[in-house]
Design a binder for this molecule. Structure first.
Ligand code: RIB
Length: 309
């Protein structure tokens, strides 16, 4: 097996999670059922997941000097992620995410970026040797947008594979950025936001994905909740259904899906094989509570699916 090095650059958040019977409406006060602080952040979840799935993973990102920051570092270290490049920033707090999870397992998330917003081009440049050393660079959009653009620019100049999980999704992405992205992994809502097109049916998803392909993205992989995932390239279009499971909490399912795609690509799997693997991993994540607490090892995924055959 060819084991490439993966570099995740992005956010680290402590998730402050409350279970609610249903999402509160505007102006409404409701009672939650319990409260937990769980290691999260889209970037950290992706790094944690890729490492659990057996890749060699490095992460760049910023935390505060508080206890939450240390707990997030400990979590990544426990999964085997190389965290030497993660810096502690004084004068701000570690990123926080306020999360409500309803009885269907759906979530609603508000991120307070804190130290994530101090990721600067200078910080990235200080760690440019990590970008040079790694084969695949994985990004999301919870650190400043100009820094993500800068990373994509330099990663592409170095001929790296760039995977962008466009979350939280902006209303559009510059064509110059899209042209440098090898794989983009929006969910159908993010695809709708990015393209301004409806994504309620497979035909609509196909048309919206084509807009991104026409702007130069090489591969679009749309996560489609309990329907699985959709692959769109200039010569392939295919739906990959997923296994039906009892959903407890969908937090970090998309992050783990993106990480699993990166791991499979690093092992020279085909795009189809990568999506089938990522679907299996995400199907496990949604049956468990929390972000990093829900992410399985590669062996767990293989054992669960082999025992269900
Ligand atoms: O994708 C889930 C993640 O989004 C959470 O862990 C939260 O921290 C936010 O970044």
């Amino acid at each position: 097996m060819n084991k490439n090095k993966l570099l995740v650059i992005g956010s680290l958040n402590m998730d402050l999670v409350v279970n609610v019977p249903q999402m509160p409406k505007v102006g409404e006060t409701i009672l939650g059922e319990n409260f937990k602080a769980v290691a999260g952040g889209k970037g950290a979840n992706q790094a944690f997941a890729a490492s659990k799935l057996c890749a060699e993973v490095y992460m760049l990102g910023k935390i505060g000097t508080d206890e939450y920051g240390q707990a997030l570092l400990d979590s990544l270290n426990s999964a085997g992620v190389n965290t030497e490049g993660i810096e502690k920033q004084s004068g701000t707090h570690t990123g926080l995410a306020s999360i409500c999870v309803n009885s269907d397992g759906d979530n609603s998330i508000v991120v307070i970026p804190g130290a994530n917003n101090t990721c600067s081009k200078e910080y990235i440049y200080r760690h440019i040797s990590l970008i040079e050393m790694c084969d695949i660079v994985i990004l999301q959009l919870e650190i400043p947008f100009d820094v993500v653009s800068y990373i994509i620019e330099i990663a592409k100049k170095m001929n790296k594979t760039v995977i962008l999980n466009p979350a939280p999704a902006p209303n559009s992405l510059p064509d110059s950025m899209l042209a440098k992205v090898d794989i983009i992994t929006p969910n159908e809502t993010e695809l709708q936001k990015l393209t301004g097109m409806e994504t309620n049916s497979i035909n609509e998803i196909k048309k919206a994905a084509k807009v991104l392909l026409d702007k130069g993205v090489k591969t679009v992989i749309v996560t489609w909740g309990d329907k699985g995932a959709v692959l769109a390239t200039n010569n392939q279009f295919k739906v990959f259904p997923t296994t039906e499971v009892r959903v407890v909490d969908t937090t970090a399912a998309g992050d783990t899906f993106t990480a699993a795609i990166a791991v499979a690509i690093s092992e020279n799997k085909t795009l189809g094989e990568a999506i089938e693997f990522a679907n299996r991993v995400a199907a496990v994540v949604v049956t468990r509570e929390g972000a990093q607490t829900s992410i399985p090892t590669k062996d767990e995924v293989e054992n669960l699916f082999n025992s269900n055959k």
